[in-house]
Structure formats: structure tokens, C-alpha cells
Design a protein around this ligand. Structure first.
Ligand code: FE2
Ligand code: FE2
Length: 246
């Protein structure tokens, strides 16, 4: 059995004394990382909105906090991140020429694939033709079960102010996945926990480290400032996961 911690939507900021919507986002992160270290994990996966406004100084302040995880860490950007700054501070994560900041890893008998769903300058998600082509190749190359990570959910969660950011090229993604659906798809962005379905695969949205929106809320303001994360366990071709709220 291998264990993965998924952290999403950290919204880290060096402005306003490190508070976003009143949430102590650095304090939340430190609580979550302390919890992860007591559990012991094989991988730490960050699924975007790492910074609240994409500044390099935020990633530089974050880097030493993640150093205990070393090569066990996998990162993806979200719509609040800026690829150039993220890559500059974590240069060993991606080739200098990569347009998209995704990942591929083998773990627990599974292939983990991370997709970069950022349409830079926009809030909505988009994978783009080049990345869809890359994904098709990776899916064809592995016989192992696939676990997919990306920032934007490919399905609606019935909350208007996040559903408007839905992954734009989700139909093309569905066409790639449907012949052999992934074991599971894990996303962020919505700051809510949902269990849904897409292209024959279960989709789990993970609540944020920074702050949470209410389920099906009409108001884009936090309902809770408590940090959360998701713990995944891969075991013999099966995946289990649970949300932990601290
Ligand atoms: Fe977010
Ligand atoms: Fe987001």
C-alpha cells in the first residue's frame, strides 16, 4: 500500500500579512504539512492555486517548507499561479522548454499523470491540443491503472461561480479516457469536497488548504477557514481516499 497526500488551493500570499479572505494561509499550510509528516506519505501532490497571485516571492517562501518531501513531491499549477515563476523557483520539476507543467510518475502499481489545466490569464481551465496529444501517448504507453490529477474539475459541481470555470476541452478529454477510464481523477479549484463521475471514472474534488466555499453556495466568499487535504491509498490496483479537515 502506498499513501499520497493531495494538497490543493493553498492560495499563499505575502501581501496582507499572509492573509487571504481573513484566512491565515501560511498557518493553514503549516498545520497540514505537520499532519502529513506524522502520517508519513510516499508522495505529496499539490494540485494548483499554490500562490494566490502567482508571485515568485511566494514560491520562494514555500520552497523550504516543502524541502522535507524532496523528490516525493509533485506539483501542478492552478489558475492563480504563474508558470514562469513556478518553474523558476522549482527548476528541477520540469524541462526548461515545457509549455505545460504536468507530471508522470509510477507508484503503487499505478501510473500517476498530472495535467496542467491553466489557461494563463483566464480563470477557466483548458488542457490544449498539445497536452491532450501527450496524454493520449501516455495512456497508450501504460498498461497500469491510471490515476489522474488536475486543477480544474471536468464536471460541474452545481456552484455557479466555480462551474463557469469548467474545463473547456472536457469533451476531448472524455473521448481519450472513456475507452479505459482512470481509476480516479483528483482535482482542486472548487474549495469543496465532491464525488462525481466523468468518462466512466470517479472524480473527487478536494477542499482547500486555504479556505472552503459552502456546498452549492451562491456567494463566492469562504464559509470556513479550516484547512483540509485528501489522503489517497493505492493498493493492488485499487484506490481509496478520504478528506481530512484539521
Ligand atoms: Fe483556488
Ligand atoms: Fe483555481
Amino acid at each position: 500500500m502506498v499513501r499520497i497526500a493531495q494538497l490543493t488551493d493553498l492560495h499563499l500570499s505575502v501581501a496582507d500579512r499572509g492573509r487571504v479572505f481573513g484566512s491565515d494561509v501560511w498557518g493553514n499550510l503549516e498545520r497540514v504539512l505537520a499532519h502529513v509528516q506524522t502520517l508519513g506519505v510516499d508522495r505529496l501532490v499539490l494540485t494548483g492555486d499554490i500562490a494566490n497571485s502567482g508571485g515568485r516571492s511566494v514560491y520562494e517562501r514555500l520552497r523550504p517548507l516543502l524541502s522535507p518531501f524532496g523528490d516525493r513531491m509533485l506539483l501542478l499549477p492552478g489558475n492563480h499561479d504563474r508558470r514562469a515563476a513556478l518553474r523558476a523557483v522549482f527548476p528541477s520539476r520540469w524541462p526548461a522548454t515545457a509549455n505545460r507543467l504536468g507530471f508522470e510518475a509510477e507508484l503503487g502499481g499505478c501510473t500517476l499523470l498530472g495535467l496542467d489545466s491553466v489557461h494563463e490569464g483566464r480563470t477557466r481551465g483548458e488542457l490544449g491540443q498539445d497536452q491532450l496529444h501527450w496524454l493520449a501517448g501516455r495512456l497508450a504507453a501504460t498498461t497500469r491503472p491510471v490515476v489522474l490529477f488536475l486543477h480544474h474539475p471536468p464536471v460541474r459541481v452545481r456552484c455557479w461561480f466555480v462551474d463557469r470555470d469548467l474545463l473547456r476541452d472536457r469533451d476531448q478529454l472524455a473521448a481519450l479516457l472513456r475507452p479505459r477510464p482512470p481509476l480516479a481523477i483528483f482535482t482542486g479549484h472548487v474549495h469543496q469536497a465532491h464525488e462525481l463521475e466523468f468518462a466512466g471514472a470517479p472524480v473527487f474534488t478536494t477542499p482547500a488548504v486555504a479556505y472552503q466555499y459552502g456546498l452549492h453556495s451562491w456567494v463566492p466568499l469562504p464559509k470556513s477557514l479550516r484547512p483540509a487535504l485528501r489522503i489517497l491509498e493505492l493498493d493492488g490496483g485499487l484506490v481509496r481516499s478520504e478528506v481530512v479537515r484539521l
